[in-house]
Design a protein around this ligand. Structure first.
Ligand code: GLA
Length: 729
């Protein structure tokens, strides 16, 4: 049983294969958090709580004269607001009389078979044979008719517990929701580090590790998207934890909009960890009878270091988040014309690229930005999703026929959420763009943002996108989003509901994607936001791959793909071989190395094949064969980080689930005179089984490889790389 409940119905223990999570409704119906960590028997752990009068920690009325009972120091599942817990609150309410108070107490529980769904939002789902279990705990607010349902979904095999809350106003008067986080975990004891992933455009998801102290460590986004600057995922870990050892807890938000996440120690040494929608610019009116569902947090615990945690998230995301025709199907190797042509193309150029790509065995042509409206630069045309038939010398249907006649798939770029002021759409519907009356809007890449919360905006986009998809039998869409969102004003929303717009925007984007996928079930969606500005588990529910970064430099990509790998599988990372000198960094790396780095992603090309030498064309063919050969490993295998960015020899690897094969990629990032030996770690092979290494032909037991690694016979030159395979013999 994944969910174990004590006979008095008060203690709840959630069990996965390797972890346990316990909470308990105490004598005053406060829902206490008692344990999260390595698997234990489902025995009540209330004794873990040390009771003392801490001073300046007030007592709720039910405590009577017991000054040791205080909400200010108890570990809780749903910390309230304004009633005696002075730490960060989780759900904040403003009532009709203007008061700000929320005191939540246990009311009832229910166990449901299967994973729960969240209306309009992504959520980890069950697959046929594997059914999760859900615990729903209803909490009542003591002085109003607000109920909060706490959802806990248990994925036993993946060691994941999902969480969210649903806040219901069962009263007659409106209540204002000023903050509604999705999860709060109070770790009673311990010192912790927090690892989060910071970045910027073209340098996303760089891990940073800091100790959790009494000053809050907090990350987040108020950009309308999950953002380049902080990814909505973090790891709380033992300060001694490494890739291979130590306790670590992952928190990963399945949401693509504003978020906040952080950790802080309180006065008694308890660490409060939270994640949810950012309260800045969030204010939701719950009218009588209305409910608000928060997005889902995916929590996972591993006692086996970051690698173990990563495997759990990769399994969960591949199996229970990614959906659709391409969930496990092999993704087509594509060529994208962006870095080859930018806006400077016509039909002839595009067809030529497709023909050349096809001759080499590339399977799909993706036509990027610039095929529609008046769009020869990035300051006009967004919104006018009509083919520029002059530039394309005919209709998109005709181009689609030509590409398909080659035997290739055809993909197209859209940036649905955006509008340029210089567009027919803007001239017809200026009020569809987000802007506050009486204020000049902020422009990003010279564009404004459409109000995706409006149904007629989504209707227009659906009609335009679907008609082009139908006309040209489009197989793939790159859905881009190239600016941060501000100037929030909904022309259709009453003033008291303006604070809902950021969230309603995300719901609108999700709804449009869902509708398109329902109508075009074979469509492959690739997410993108100036590269990896919206790389999150929410987006992966719709788009099983996301363009990892606009930075295609193979050496920078080592850092970006390393950071991305902590939560997201390689098969979700868009990665292409591009031209040198690299357009973002000017660096020159060998064609082979660029191929090896991109092979650990969805794989494709983004360069002008006219400028590629005969020798490199031959390499393309070899790379395509390698991609096929290693696909099962890179897309379904277990991922191992074998070195860190900054080390002179970067390395990572994949091991097949049945441990019959493995591959390791090494890239030399720096060289020295009179070089020392280069040594590569090997992990994950089975002890007691023999493996031959493709690099030196040597056969060893898995235990030998795992513990001794591989010493290179010849030191690699700068930026040189190797792809090494281990096969069971
Ligand atoms: C964004 C994307 C790029 C490309 C351009 C087109 O920057 O990340 O890959 O599609 O837009 O304008």
């Amino acid at each position: 049983m994944a969910i174990q409940i004590s006979s008095d119905g008060c203690t709840f223990t959630l069990q996965t294969e390797k972890s346990s999570y316990q909470m308990m409704a105490d004598a005053h119906d406060v829902l206490l958090h008692l344990y999260y960590g390595r698997k234990i028997a489902a025995e009540n752990l209330e004794e873990r709580i040390f009771r003392s009068d801490v001073g300046f920690a007030g007592n709720p009325p039910e405590a009577g004269e017991d000054r040791t009972y205080s909400l200010d120091v108890l570990p809780q599942e749903l910390p309230g607001s304004g009633v005696g817990d002075y730490r960060e609150d989780m759900v904040r309410l403003y009532h009709a009389d203007g008061s700000c108070a929320a005191d939540f107490r246990f009311e009832s529980y229910e166990v449901q078979e299967g994973a729960y769904r969240i209306p309009g939002l992504p959520a980890a789902y069950d697959t046929g044979e594997e059914k999760g279990e859900t615990l729903v705990i209803t909490m009542r607010e003591t002085a109003s008719a607000v109920k909060v349902k706490l959802y806990y979904g248990v994925f036993e095999k993946e060691n994941v517990i999902t969480r969210t809350v649903c806040i219901e106003n069962q009263g007659k008067e409106a209540v204002i929701l000023d903050k509604a986080l999705s999860c709060n975990v109070d770790f009673l004891f311990g010192n912790w580090d927090l690892i989060y992933f910071e970045g910027r455009h073209v340098m996303e998801r760089i891990p940073e590790r800091v100790p959790v102290r009494h000053a809050k460590v907090e990350i987040g986004s108020i950009r309308g998207t999950s953002s380049h600057q902080y990814n909505p995922a973090m790891i709380l870990c033992d300060p001694a934890a490494t890739e291979d050892f130590g306790s670590c807890y992952g928190f990963c938000f399945a949401y693509s909009g504003n978020f906040v996440a952080g950790a802080q120690k309180d006065q008694i040494g308890l660490t409060r960890v939270q994640m949810g929608i950012h309260p800045v610019q969030f204010r939701y009116t719950l009218a009588a009878g209305e409910a608000f569902f928060a997005p889902q947090v995916l929590m996972s615990y591993s006692s086996e270091g970051f690698t173990g945690l990563t495997h759990q998230y990769h399994d969960l995301i591949r199996e229970h988040i990614c959906r659709g025709a391409y969930k496990h199907a092999k993704r087509p190797v594509l060529i994208n014309n962006w870095e080859a042509t930018y806006f400077d193309f016509d039909k002839e150029k595009i067809v030529k690229i497709a023909q050349q790509a096809h001759e080499l065995g590339i399977e799909m042509l993706v036509l990027d930005d610039g095929w529609f409206g008046k769009r020869d630069s990035d300051n006009s045309g967004l919104g006018d999703w009509y083919t520029n038939e002059k530039k394309m010398d005919g209709t998109m249907g005709e181009l689609g026929d030509e590409i398909h006649a080659l035997g290739m798939k055809f993909g197209l770029w859209f940036e649905p959420e955006m509008i340029n002021e210089d567009s027919d759409l803007y001239r017809a519907h200026p009020d569809w763009a987000l802007r506050i009356p009486g204020r000049e809007p902020n422009r990003g890449r010279d564009q404004l943002v459409l109000d995706m919360s409006r149904s007629e905006v989504r209707e227009y986009l659906y009609e335009r996108i679907s008609s082009i998809l139908n006309e040209a039998k489009i197989d793939y869409v790159k859905w881009d989003m190239n600016r941060s969102v501000c100037d929030l004003f909904g022309h259709e929303l009453p003033p008291e509901r303006m604070g809902e717009l950021y969230h309603r925007f995300v719901l609108g984007v999700y709804e449009l994607k869902e509708r398109l996928l329902a109508h075009f079930p074979q469509l492959l969606l690739e997410g993108c936001s100036g590269g990896g500005g919206r790389f999150d588990a929410g987006m992966l529910y719709y788009a099983p791959q996301i363009w990892c970064s606009d930075n295609t430099d193979a050496i920078n990509r080592l850092t970006i793909q390393y950071g991305t790998s902590f939560f997201y599988p390689a098969g979700t990372m868009g990665a292409h071989v591009s031209a040198v000198p690299n357009h973002q960094t000017g660096r020159v790396t060998p064609f082979t190395t660029r191929g090896h780095v991109a092979l650990s992603g969805t794989f494709g090309y983004e360069l002008d094949l006219n400028l590629v030498s005969a020798e490199e064309k031959q390499m393309v063919k070899e790379q395509l064969a390698e991609f096929d050969r290693y696909y099962e490993l890179t897309h379904e295998g277990d991922y191992y980080r074998l070195a860190k960015p900054g080390e002179a020899l970067m390395a990572w690897g994949f091991v097949a689930k049945d441990q019959s094969r493995a591959m390791v990629t090494v890239v030399s990032t720096d060289v020295e005179g009179n070089p020392l030996a280069q040594h590569v770690s090997v992990k994950g092979l089975a002890e007691g089984r023999n493996y031959r290494c493709s690099y030196n032909g040597i056969v060893h037991d898995g235990s030998v490889w795992n513990n001794c690694g591989l010493t290179l016979k010849k030191v690699l030159k700068e930026y040189e790389s190797l792809l090494i395979e281990w096969t069971e013999v």
